[in-house]
Design a protein around this ligand. Sequence first.
Ligand code: SF4
Length: 318
Amino acid sequence: MNTNSAGAPLNLVLASPRGFCAGVDRAITIVEKALEMYGAPIYVQHEIVHNKHVVQRLRNEGAVFVENIDEIPEGSHAIFSAHGVSPEVRKRAEKRKLQVLDATCPLVTKVHREAQRYAQKEHTIILIGHHNHVEVKGTVGEAPEHIFVVGTVEEVSDLKIPDEKKVGYITQTTLSLDDTAEIITALKERFPEIKGPAKDDICYATQNRQNAVKALSKEVDLVLVVGAQNSSNSVRLLEVAETTGVKARRIESAAELDPEWLEEVRNVGITAGASAPEDIVQGIVAEISKMSSSSSVRDLEIVQEDVTFALPTVLRNA
Ligand code: SF4
């Protein structure tokens, strides 16, 4: 196997916080506890979190992942993923008499509530987010006739709003802080009376991981972002690192490591999206350590996280 710079020492710097957030932790625990309580199969609508390692492990334990709620046999135990679902999906679940455990992240639920409140006041809602992301689809479902999705500043100028005095904006929870700030500025210029959330919708975990990767990028020659391609917050971490000018790669596991990336590199930074498990990060650290004659590993902590979300009552009481 190749080594970096003829076997020169490598410094590995791990961003902190990284990896699992409270919403992902809660969602995975809900599936595990449901399997313990009710036994397999437990049906899960959509990947519980966007990480194939996590999904495969739960599949091996008896979870069955489906995209369409109608695929779930009537009366079964079903779990909604951390990304949330539309009211239409909830209705269909009820019709099929599914016994639902809701793993929607409470921070996504907060955005759904904001959408409901604007819709009740007959406001047009601008949802800043990615058109096809599953979280965005769920939020749009709260008020499909009232919501426009915008993903870029350019899309703001194309908006046709019936009453420009009655507009509010909300955002997907896992966007880049900088991109969102630009779109919000454009919205405020175009609709001076637009209302926004009292507290930012970008979740604490997304903010912390983006701040940590920015700090990390200043100290290293290469940033590795551990996370899946369909993990919105992992892709944003890659973009945030790249905007600082550092070389950055997204990888899902140690198997994807290319020794050529480490040539001429002395300091490697590693971070992980909110749905990427720590054992994958540690597998990558171990693999890189093997590629170098000597290496050191340290954490770069920018903030301590102590957020936890309560489990659904039925699981808490079990
Ligand atoms: S990334 Fe944020 S919104 Fe998404 S599950 Fe984690 S805490 Fe919740």
